[in-house]
Design a protein around this ligand. Sequence first.
Ligand SMILES: [Zn+2]
Length: 469
Amino acid sequence: MNQDLEMVVGLEMHLQLKTSSKMFCSCSTEFAAPANTNTCPICLGWPGTLPSLNQRAVLYGLQGALALNCEINLESWFDRKNYFYPDLPKGYQITQYQKPLGYNGTFRMKKKNFAIQRVHLEEDAGKINYNNGNMEIDFNRAGITLLEIVTEPVISSPEEARSFLRELRLLFLYMEISDCNMEEGSLRCDANISLRKVGEELSPNQVELKNMNSFQSIARALEYEGKRQSKILSEGELIKRETRGWDEREQKTYFLRSKEQGFDYRYFPEPDLPRILLEQEFVNSVGNNLPQAPGERQKKWMEEWGIGDEEAAVLIAQKPRAEFFEKTACLAHPQEVAKWIKENLLQFDFPLEIPPEYLAEIINRVEEGELSSTQGKEVLQLVLETGKKPGEIIREKGWKQVSDEVYINQIVEKVLEENPEVVQDYFSGKEKAIQNLIGQAMKISKGQANPQLVGDLMARKLKEREKNG
Ligand SMILES: [Zn+2]
């Protein structure tokens, strides 16, 4: 891309809300049901039917808008967006146009705040599948609950777009209001991109990008489009206002349709649905009860518990893992807990079969010198395999590390008595001879003596003997 130019990107995301029924009827939202089985006269748009609003969708939408720090319209409503398309049985989509649920929001990421223009509720359209030259329409998706999130044009690079989407997805997974699964279509994203001379106003000729089905393809499409537009501008031409698709196989964008005409959707308020009226008190209570955002949790771990950047990122990536970590970290040293999870538990699916108390107990026993760290790891392994309590396994295996000084002293004395030659070697300067003695003491204790303590006592006794001649 030309150095004098900067990229300006706005994103438009559609999130399927985790409701079990559709937005305006009681049809199931189950994924991958046989085509056209999750349908009824309402979502098929038969004449004379009336929609009724899914209350949970409104609650989830409100939670989403509040998590993005939006201002909330206490009175909002649905509008009809009229257009013809085979996957739209009613001939219009019910959406929020004039009064979205939320507006003027901010999504806070570590280094930057991103302005959110609006957050609104709408229903999904059906899906068209092409099969052996036939066009097949599946209305199972028609009427599915969606939350649309539109950012201001505040994203300045493909990489930033990707990390924005990654973090936003994590936020909604933590909120548990959407599965955010791109493969199943429960998270979709379009992008508006244009280039401007550094410091200048936004160019009005935005290109809209569609059909990107992973965060990576969004980043690649933006990258490609940045180069394409930069080249056109450097040749003294203007960028055409158009919608372009992303070709995954060819790794390039292609012309879909011109936006010159500006389609008229003849929006008007949906007459079959009452307005959504929210009380400020209710909005406040929803806002006060939002789950803690992943970004905030990570910040707390790093600032208060001294967890490193990289470890925090690994732990936050899944909510059940993060919760296991937090609970365990309240019972044992947080940095040790992070280390133990990272080294021993990442291959497991969370939530684990064992409670956080078990891991905490193992870590504490290791920290107190009661178990060696190798023994601790073995105990953890057995706890995971058998579900038994750590204490039970330690007793059964006789792995309890002995830190009884009187007992260890006796062993040390015995070893010194029985090995005068080795002791002599040590006195004559062979410092490594002490390892031989420690090894024998450990053997006598059947590996259960605290090795640190054995080493200390051995060194002390040797010193005493040397002094006494
Ligand atoms: Zn239905």
